[in-house]
Design a binder for this molecule. Structure first.
Ligand code: ZN
Length: 372
């Protein structure tokens, strides 16, 4: 069964077109009307609650575990009639994903989706990550998304549910989807809402919460899924993160496991007993793995630093997003791969493919261009 609640709701309940691809510099006022947003789903031992915005109204439906299991039979509201809760959603198993994988598998990598759901689907379809039905068709391949699904664009929730489904399908077929945390995930979870599309501010207003609470409350299905994500991953001889790895991590002798654990243990400031300090603090600052831009700056990492980093982490390449380029590019004689191909603008973007020693860029039309 498919997990397309949102599509169902949208097509049956809310036929109006959604917001355009507004580009933001932060802090815009909420619009007066949201045609559709959600679902935001909360699930605990007692039951499940679904919240959606439909035609500018907040609609909530509670399904208590021992009261009723068939939403489809309810006829008391439009939501109940059309937005069937597919129980598959709640069967999704959260598991601690390892940070290192080796093996004979293809890899697809991309970054910085920033709410551009339609362009993402086009890239996935035309590069055979998914089939015509939107289901995983990358077999035992591993797909990495190096962070920043949140902010700027207006189809963030659509992307999250889609990846949530795809992760499960990939696992069932012996492949994997690795969604890494970026600075925009971290910002939203920490209530820094400056870059949210204004649509989401209106959603928060209609639901009478601060937007981050839709993810940080304990029973948020998407929130718990995202909290479980890592900040880095090593697949064969390539290391991936959103921003990158500062050379001082070597001096401090931090391992990949140390970096990932320290970052995650300090993910949400408001939940910590005491303020972030030491490396738990530094890893969330500008030289940390989600913010670092030193591979793209004149006064950043040197060629020697890059060689040392590759040796230290025992990889041949480091692939990062965060610093936008027009296409997927390389630096330092291909040792650094820049994955952020400006998908955020909603016009063009690329996926990197790796098969053994061969690397190519996949375009929205599915054209393959060798990575130089
Ligand atoms: Zn970023």
């Amino acid at each position: 069964m498919n997990l397309l609640i949102r599509t169902l709701c949208l097509s049956l309940l809310c036929p109006l077109p959604s917001f355009g691809e507004t580009k933001l510099e932060g802090n815009e006022t909420p619009p007066t009307f949201v045609d559709f947003d959600g679902p935001y789903i909360f699930s605990d031992a007692v039951g499940t609650e679904i919240q959606v915005i439909c035609n500018n109204k907040a609609i909530s439906y509670k399904k208590l575990k021992d009261v009723d299991t068939s939403l489809a039979n309810k006829k008391t509201s439009e939501l109940e009639k059309h937005c069937q809760l597919n129980d598959d959603i709640l069967q999704h198993q959260l598991y601690n994903q390892p940070i290192k994988f080796t093996g004979d598998f293809k890899v697809a990598a991309l970054s910085d989706l920033h709410g551009q759901y339609d362009l993402m689907l086009k890239l996935f379809k035309n590069n055979n990550i998914i089939d015509a039905n939107g289901d995983w068709s990358f077999e035992n391949g591993h797909m990495v998304i190096t962070g920043d699904v949140f902010d700027r664009g207006d189809k963030v929730i659509e992307i999250l549910w889609f990846l949530y489904k795809l992760e499960q399908q990939a696992k069932e077929q012996g492949g994997a989807l690795h969604l890494l945390l970026g600075n925009h995930e971290t910002m939203v979870f920490n209530a820094d809402l400056r870059y949210l599309h204004p649509k989401y501010l209106k959603t928060a207003e209609l639901l009478n919460v601060s937007y981050e609470q839709l993810f940080t409350v304990q029973d948020s299905v998407l929130g718990n899924w995202l909290r479980n994500k890592n900040v880095l991953i090593k697949l064969n001889n390539i290391l991936y993160a959103h921003g990158g790895f500062h050379p001082e991590l070597m001096t401090a002798k931090l391992s990949l496991t140390d970096i990932n654990n320290l970052f995650k243990d300090n993910f949400i400031k408001a939940e910590l007993d005491s303020p972030r300090d030491g490396w738990g603090r530094s890893l969330h600052k500008s030289n940390g793995p989600i913010w670092y831009r030193g591979y793209f700056k004149e006064d950043g990492a040197s060629a020697q630093d890059i060689d040392n980093l590759l040796t230290y982490f025992d990889v041949k390449h480091i692939a990062v997003g965060h610093t936008s380029q027009k296409t997927i590019e390389t630096r330092f004689n291909k040792k650094i791969i820049a994955l952020d191909s400006s998908i955020k603008n909603g016009e063009y973007g690329e996926i990197l493919f790796i098969d053994g020693d061969t690397m190519w860029r996949g375009t929205p039309e599915g054209k393959k261009i060798p990575l130089k």
